[in-house]
Ligand binder design. Structure first.
Ligand code: EPZ
Length: 421
């Protein structure tokens, strides 16, 4: 397993390019199962999760080729498989994105129950509710979900869960509904940019989808879908992570190939903390201000503050003047980074759904362990301002969602090294 060795960093300076969005790309890849025609994806990030989804789809007989960096060609014309096995689903929950397309196209699917993960139970009741309301018969046994359906029929489905909307359930049910007979209305739908990106591509494939990006999506089913060529949107969480890296080190960074409007809630908060933000169509200039005041934030579904940026702002809060309160409202256990940040000397504790951080606290280097993708990013950010040389173990978590992170940080002046252990 690899680790990062990171020296306390000077102010980050320079330009960094954002990669394609992991959480859009995984759904777009699964959508290849909806058609026999070729699907071309551009701006595909080179990530462990993308490689896992490639294995899931190849396991089903989907032909996948990476003709050049960032470009994937997918061909499901000879895909007969109906199964996403446990050994792949346990590596990456989003493997269950094959459920919707397989149910709609093949009338059958066999997908391992994804189980929980470090940040919460991660149930999929809303996914299954939506598919069953479209007419699928669903059973579970031996840790697998078995889905059977003749032709799906459109329905009015409310996908609101206890924590609000569900990105995954919206993705799965939206894809299934494109081939259902009649009209489907998804109420309480997720409005994340990744949903809009998927809807754009589905429409390019011939689907009839209206309302993506709002909480009501209307889909008029069609008999079949064609191929398409689509460019994955920029990764908004990588964008936000680099913006915090600039802020926490007092730096001055140009974040290129991003989509500023997708990180509005993040940049608004940074500006309230005195960080200078300049926006162009695909570029963000982030220039740290002086002393940073403490802040409060509550995670919420888009366009609210993204849960995937919560851990990174915990790291930032260690350098803010006063007591910051960070409330996690999406996942029940997204706090594993707290104890690791405390190992750097942070004054941070969990109180129910809130994380309380007192600062500014001079951090000192420490060996720490990554636990999940975004917690790992928070540890990297803390290491940038911790005196001495920090070691971050189990960085395979980072490799799932950040492309060449050490290369990008080194180009901004960070002394970082990947070491195989
Ligand atoms: C997606 O996960 C993202 N993953 C997550 O990013 C992200 O944190 C999350 O959306 C919220 O934005 C991918 O896109 C691959 P949800 P997902 O369904 O779809 C509850 C990262 O770091 N819920 O929107 O699993 C659920 O427990 C990852 O890149 C149900 O109750 O999230 C949670 O409390 C982490 N029943 C809330 O809804 C369901 O059937 C939101 O979950 C489904 C979800």
């Amino acid at each position: 397993m690899d680790k990062f060795i990171i020296q306390k960093s000077c102010r980050l300076k320079g330009r960094v390019r954002v990669s394609g969005a992991k959480n859009s790309c995984l759904a777009l890849m699964a959508a290849s199962l909806l058609t026999d025609e070729p699907l071309e994806l551009n701006n595909v990030p080179n990530l462990v999760d993308v490689r896992t989804m490639t294995r899931v789809l190849e396991n089903m007989g989907v032909g996948i080729s990476r003709s050049e960096p960032g470009k994937l060609s997918l061909d499901s014309s000879r895909a007969e498989g109906l199964k996403a096995p446990y050994d792949l689903v346990r590596k990456m929950r989003a493997s269950y994105y094959v459920l919707g397309p397989l149910t709609a196209r093949k009338g059958k699917a066999e997908v391992s129950l994804p189980g929980g993960c470090a940040i919460g139970q991660r149930p999929i009741d809303l996914h299954l509710k939506g598919l069953s309301m479209l007419g699928a018969e669903i059973s579970t046994s031996g840790g697998y979900i078995y889905v059977r359906a003749d032709r799906l029929n459109g329905a009015r489905i409310n996908l609101t869960g206890q924590s609000g909307s569900s990105v995954g359930a919206t993705v799965n049910v939206l894809m299934a509904a494109t081939l259902a007979r009649g009209v489907t209305v998804l109420e309480g739908a997720a409005a994340e940019p990744e949903i809009v990106d998927l809807a754009w591509m589905l429409k390019a494939m011939g689907a009839k989808v209206e309302g993506a990006g709002t909480d009501v999506i209307t889909i008029e089913g069609v008999a079949s879908l064609g191929g398409a060529s689509h460019t994955v949107i920029p990764d908004r969480i990588e964008t936000g992570t680099f913006a915090v890296a600039a802020a926490i080190t007092g730096g001055d960074v140009v974040i290129a190939d991003c989509c500023p409007e997708h990180v509005q809630s993040v940049t608004d908060l940074l500006e309230n903390l005195g960080v200078k933000i300049e926006k162009a169509r695909k570029t963000l200039l982030v220039r740290a201000g002086g002393e940073m005041p403490a802040f409060e934030l509550c995670t919420a579904p888009y366009p609210g503050f993204p849960t995937d940026m919560q851990a990174q702002f915990c790291a930032l809060a260690t350098q803010a003047e006063g007591t910051s309160v960070i409330e996690e409202n999406i996942f029940e256990h997204r706090t594993l980074h707290v104890s690791e940040l405390a190992r750097f000397g942070a004054d941070i504790k969990v109180s129910g759904r809130k994380i309380i951080v007192r600062g500014p606290t001079p951090l000192s280097s420490a060996p720490v362990m990554a636990s999940d993708l975004r917690a790992s990013a928070a540890l990297v950010l803390a290491a940038l301002v911790a005196d001495g040389s920090s070691e971050i173990h189990r960085i395979y978590h980072l490799d799932r969602g950040y492309e060449h992170l050490e290369v990008k940080l080194a180009r901004l002046g960070v002394k970082i090294m990947r070491v195989s252990t």
